[in-house]
Design a protein around this ligand. Structure first.
Ligand code: ZN
Length: 281
């Protein structure tokens, strides 16, 4: 599943190419998770602005339609779902394949969404503060690198949360971006047991967790995200973070810090990997 670093890597790889591009035509494949919410013609003639990201959503802001005085600005909210990837292809693009379900042909190349499992989404919204974007973004926690997310704030937000810290991280309503791999790795780096009740995490340990999460996500970004099966960024590159994982996917292998066997447990139907000796409750 594409996680926040993969989505940010995707954003960086398409933003420069799409900035200022004008939409020429739209091709829809099979239905995605939700309908587009407008006709393809509604997008034609619009100019794309600076591609932004909020959590795992990408936002392509668009100008009003050229030559249509009644047209208002808006944009497309994109989500890669379980298996989606975006590519900005130079002209002429190869013909769409069976898993290509959304395509924006522009004056600066073709943006194509490939999504075999079709849990991805492309949605028209008048703005991020309007429906349907507002509803989808409403319960999201802070961005991990947001300066307003301080250790004190994180610690305060964990009070009253009785669920295991790993599951609170995955829920994404305190901080976004701690997907399964990154949550496991950050908890290992911070020496925190994944089953520790979130509201039992001390303030110094909350500070260590935040630093570890930022370090983990920062390294993943620098490496171009994690390759999980079919993730590719818009230039067809694959990530390298999975080679960096210290506990994720290493059940039974020796902990790289202490040598104890890495354990695998299931929390909330997701696999958790941790070192029972280095990570304390
Ligand atoms: Zn260990």
């Amino acid at each position: 599943m594409p996680e926040l670093p993969e989505v940010e890597v995707t954003r960086r790889s398409i933003a420069g190419g799409l900035r200022g591009a004008r939409v020429l035509c739209v091709h829809l494949g099979k239905p995605l998770r939700w309908p587009l919410g407008c006709t393809p013609d509604h997008l034609v003639g619009r100019q794309i602005g600076e591609v932004a990201r909020r959590a795992k959503y990408l936002w392509l802001p668009m100008s009003p339609r050229m030559g249509d005085p009644g047209s208002r600005p808006g944009g497309l909210l994109l989500h890669l779902g379980m298996s989606g990837s975006l590519a900005l292809l130079p002209e002429p693009p190869p013909p769409p394949g069976t898993h290509d379900h959304f395509e924006l042909r522009t004056t600066r190349g073709t943006l194509r969404l490939t999504d075999p499992r079709r849990f991805g989404a492309v949605l028209w919204s008048a703005s991020l503060a309007s429906e349907p974007a507002a509803r989808l973004l409403a319960s999201l926690g802070h961005e991990p690198f947001d300066a307003a997310l301080t250790p004190e704030f994180l610690h305060a937000r964990l009070q009253g949360r009785r669920a295991p810290i790993k599951q609170v991280l995955l829920a994404g309503d305190v901080v976004v971006g701690a997907g399964n791999i990154y949550a496991c790795e950050a908890l290992f780096a911070a020496g925190i047991h994944p089953a520790l009740r979130a509201d039992r995490l001390s303030r110094p340990r909350a500070a260590r967790l935040l630093a570890a999460l930022r370090d983990t996500l920062g390294r993943a970004l620098a490496l171009g995200g994690t390759t999980l099966r079919d993730f590719r960024d818009a230039h067809g590159m694959s990530g390298a973070f999975q080679d960096e994982a210290r506990v994720y996917g290493r059940a039974g292998q020796p902990c790289l810090r202490c040598g104890a066997p890495v354990r695998r447990i299931v929390q909330g139907q997701r696999a958790t990997y941790f070192c029972p000796r280095c990570q304390k409750r």
